[in-house]
Design a protein around this ligand. Sequence first.
Ligand SMILES: Cc1ncc(COP(=O)(O)O)c(C=O)c1O
Length: 481
Amino acid sequence: MLAPMSTSTEPPLYLRVAERLEHLIESGSLRAGDRIPSVRQFGRQQGVSVPTVMQAYTLLESRRMIEARPKSGFYVTARLAKALQEPSQPPHQAATATLETFAATFVGLSEMNDPTLVPFGPAVPSDALLPLDKLVKTSAAVARRSPTTGFRYDPAPGCPALRKELSRRSIDWGCAFEPDEFLVTLGTSEALHLALMAVTKPGDAVLVESPSYYGTLNLLHALKLRAIPVPANAGGLDLEAVKDAVKRYAVAAMLVIPNFSNPLGSFMSEESRRRLLDIADLHDIPILEDDIYGDLPHAGPRPPCLKALDRHDRVLLCGSYSKTLSPGLRVGYLVGGQHQPRLIELKNAFNLGGPALPAMTVAEFLRSGGYDRHLRKLREAYRLQICRAREKVAEVFPEGTRVSNPAGGLVLWLELPEQVDAMRVYQEARAAGVSFAPGPMFSPQGFFRNCLRLSCGHPWTPRIEQGLATLGGIVRRHAGA
Ligand SMILES: Cc1ncc(COP(=O)(O)O)c(C=O)c1O
């Protein structure tokens, strides 16, 4: 506790309060992205008045040590990261790409659960951030309560209890769907698979964001489809390039991630969404919306889906609980609109429906009220992890490194100095026990040679921090720094 001012030579109380906080920041007790105590709380702790603390915070804010966030409080500024630029994404013309060469650069799935690697590779949440105890209990309770239903076939459209909960939640997405409008799927992957089967045929071309999530490219490859990668940036697809592509090619479908895309973390404004829908309407092209990260803004309310603006039943909405509750439960959904009867047929043809117990477990979790509380914690954890990782990148990567600054989700996209080859860095980093996803995995044309994606799904620990320092050191060497 700070003693009140005793002599006229001592600095004023608010300055001493500010110095104390400054010391906590400089010594690393409070780190980039940390929320600092509220004015009231800090005042109480230090035995000083609220106006004194407010004066101290204002001073630290003007020194750029802390920053205020609307309705959220004060946070320690990520000072090094402030100087980072976002990836430049040099525009490239959209062109169709077959996916044969893509498969060759595919690395990653094998290291998904490898505990020996520092996990910047797969974009999965750390077990430590998932409500595993509660899921175990919920699953056991559901199985006990419904031993027959839980172990039967669950034919499409799938678990009624889950579709009811999805219907309720869809109000937050700006949609208000009926339970009957949902099809329960095995994650977003199966939702995208079914949607692609419904609107394309082998040989067709699908417009995707570039850089593109490699799972999507893999899926297109498996379905014998071609990709048309179109440049994207922090605001999503370059719409002029989309216009150009739909004029030059027969685009059978567009696949977009409007809310916190993977890997760029981009977010499409409402205006861009409307323009994209206009283009799709004009050329009569279905849109597959991948909304897997929609529940994961780092601040503020959950953003609406693109589907919420869809007046002509053009968007097939796909999502899941893989990034929020559990990737292994494989519970996702699809809202297919006019395609729903066909999608149900396809789903039943492939696997006679899905497993009932995981769907019932997620339904119960959503119903019993734990999900929103869990989400609040998870969003805060992803925000902090992203913030820390950006700050560390600013410290340990070579000059000229650019980094995305996503407002949601759990991945960062890095553009390294031109001379760095991310595949070579990858080999060395693997040998040093660090994983990440090299840029060419996100391009069927092998673009993004000097880029990489860092997953920030794990809480910040000395091991994570050291892993990033090791990676930064390797990149610095390759950059000749
Ligand atoms: C953009 C995107 N879509 C889909 C998936 C696959 O998700 P699911 O586990 O729901 O199948 C992922 C997983 O990383 C993803 O990042």
